[in-house]
Every structure is written in C-alpha cells, then in structure tokens.
Write a protein that binds this ligand. Sequence first.
Ligand code: SF4
Length: 123
Amino acid sequence: METKTMNLTCIRCPMGCSIRVELADGAVTSVTGNTCRRGEEYARTEAVAPVRTVTSTVKARGGVRPVVAVKAVPDVPKQSIFAVMDAIRAAKVCAPVHIGDVLIADVAGTGSNVVASADLAKA
Ligand code: SF4
C-alpha cells in the first residue's frame, strides 16, 4: 500500500486553515486541521482531483461593450486551465448575450461550459 501526506492551505475563505490530508493508494483516508465542512470538501477534492474557478471575458461584436463577462461551470480541472483560457481567448460572440447563455460548450473537453455571467445588449 502506498501512503502519502499532503499539507494544504484551504482557499475557501480568508481564514486559510492549514489542512493535512492522508492518502492510501490514491484514496483519502484522513483530513485534519479544517475548521469547517467546506474545508474538508476542499481538501478531499484538492488531494484527488483539484479544480479551479475560471472567470474571464469573451470578445463580442455589436454590443454596448467589446467583451462579455464569462465563467466556466462547473469549475475546471486544474491541469486544463491553460487550454480553457486558450479557448476563451479564441472565442467571439455576437450581441445580444444573456446571462446564463452557454457560449462555449464542453470547453477544451473538460465537460464544463463557458457561460455568460452578465448581459450584453446590442449597441
Ligand atoms: S476550513 Fe473552513 S474556516 Fe478554514 S479556511 Fe477552509 S473554509 Fe475557511
């Protein structure tokens, strides 16, 4: 059996608790140091399949602004962040855009969608 210990700083709130995660054969066996349930959830995910929130903007034509705010939903695997950002940079949409519109489906093969996080009216 292969065991491993990870020391993490929780990023779910400004408290920044130090969390220790024990793994055996890639599975989490123990989480300590967290102050709340959110910290345990963060640590379990971070130890096995880390994800990150991605927010950005996509270029837009014909709108009152040249870009529209977007977010990847759900959060994307950490190792895919650069591929996701490349896809977002390459994308262009036409106004109008409505909050919640899927602008890029299955971005970079992650299973996450890039959705508008704000409305963009036509100019
Ligand atoms: S464990 Fe809870 S209290 Fe501590 S940083 Fe994470 S979210 Fe905040």
